[in-house]
Design a protein around this ligand. Sequence first.
Ligand SMILES: Nc1ncnc2c1ncn2[C@@H]1O[C@H](COP(=O)(O)OP(=O)(O)O)[C@@H](O)[C@H]1O
Ligand SMILES: [Mg+2]
Length: 324
Amino acid sequence: MDRCYGLAFATPGVTVAIIETVGLRKEYTRFRGDPVVAVQELDLSIDGPGVYGFLGPNGSGKTTTIRCLLGLIAPSAGQVTVLGEDVSHLERVIPRIGALVETPKFFPTFSGRKNLKMFARVAKVPDTRVDEVLEIVGLAGRSGDKFSSYSLGMKQRLAVAATLLKDPQLIILDEPANGLDPAGIVEIRQLIRQLAADGKTVFVSSHQLAEVQQTCDVLTIINDGALVRTGPVSELLTDAGERTLRVTIDDPAGALAVLTAAGFTARLASVADGIDVDIDPGQGANVTHHLAAAGRYLRALEPQGATLESAFLHLTGNAGGEVR
Ligand SMILES: Nc1ncnc2c1ncn2[C@@H]1O[C@H](COP(=O)(O)OP(=O)(O)O)[C@@H](O)[C@H]1O
Ligand SMILES: [Mg+2]
C-alpha cells in the first residue's frame, strides 16, 4: 500500500501540513436529550518535527479530536487533513502514522519482544525492526522478560514501541502519561523528546499542565471542545506572566479582603503570607496605596514568573478542576 500510493503525496516542492483541521466539529447523538458537542469549530495546524501538546481538562474533547484525526470516527462538520491527505483518504498515509489511543492488548505471559513480534507480523514489518524499536524505547535489555514483570512505565514504553514499528513520521499519543507513577512519567517524557530529536512529529494530549510544560515545544489548549489558545509554550508563558503580582504581607487573608473590596482580582498564593493579584506589574503602586490606606504594609511586591498553570487559568477562566 505504501508503495502504490507513494507518488500521490510526494510532490516535490509542495509542503503539506502534518495535521490540519478547519472548523472541526463533532457531536455525539444521544438516545434521549440534546446531542453532546464534544468538539466545536476547532482549527489546528501542525507542521514540522517537534512535540506538539494538546492540553485540556478531562472531557474537553481531546480523544474525540484524535479519533477524528485517525478516521476512527467521522466529524460532524469541518475538514481534517493528515500528512496532506483528507481523512477520507487516510489509507494513503496511515503507514506513516503511529498512534496510541488505547493501551494495546499485550499478552502478560509473553516477553515484550514476543508481543512486539506479533504486532510486527500484523504490520508486515521484519523482525529486525522489533529489535530496533526496543532499542529506541530503551527496553532492549529487558525484552526477554515477561510483560507482566514490567513496570507501568516499561509497559507504556512497549506500547509506544508498537506504534514505531512502521517508522512513522507522525506519532499521535493520547494521554500517554495517564496512570503512570512519577518514574514512568519521566521515562515517557524522555522518550517523547527523543522521538522529536530524531525528526518525528509527536502530537501528544494531556490534562497535566506540568507534563506538557516540560515536554512540548508548541501547545494547543482546548476547553469545552473549543480552541482556547495555541502557540509556542514560551509565548503562552510570557503572556500569562505579565499580569500577576505576588504580594507578601502579614495577615494575607485580611489583606486579600481589602484588595478584593478595592476591586482587584486577587487570591491567596500557594506560599504562606502571599497573595497573587492579577494586575499589570507596572500598576503595583495602586496595590500598595490601597493596602497602606487600610493600615497594612506589605513586605514584598514582585512580578510572578509565569507558570503554565497561571496561563491556563488566565486563558480559560477555569478554576482549575482537573487540570493541575
Ligand atoms: N462515544 C461517546 N458518546 C457520547 N458522548 C461522548 C462519547 N465520547 C465522548 N463523549 C463526550 O464528549 C466530550 C469529550 O470527550 P473526550 O473527547 O473523551 O474528552 P477528553 O479526551 O478530553 O477527556 C465529553 O463530554 C464526553 O462525555
Ligand atoms: Mg481522553
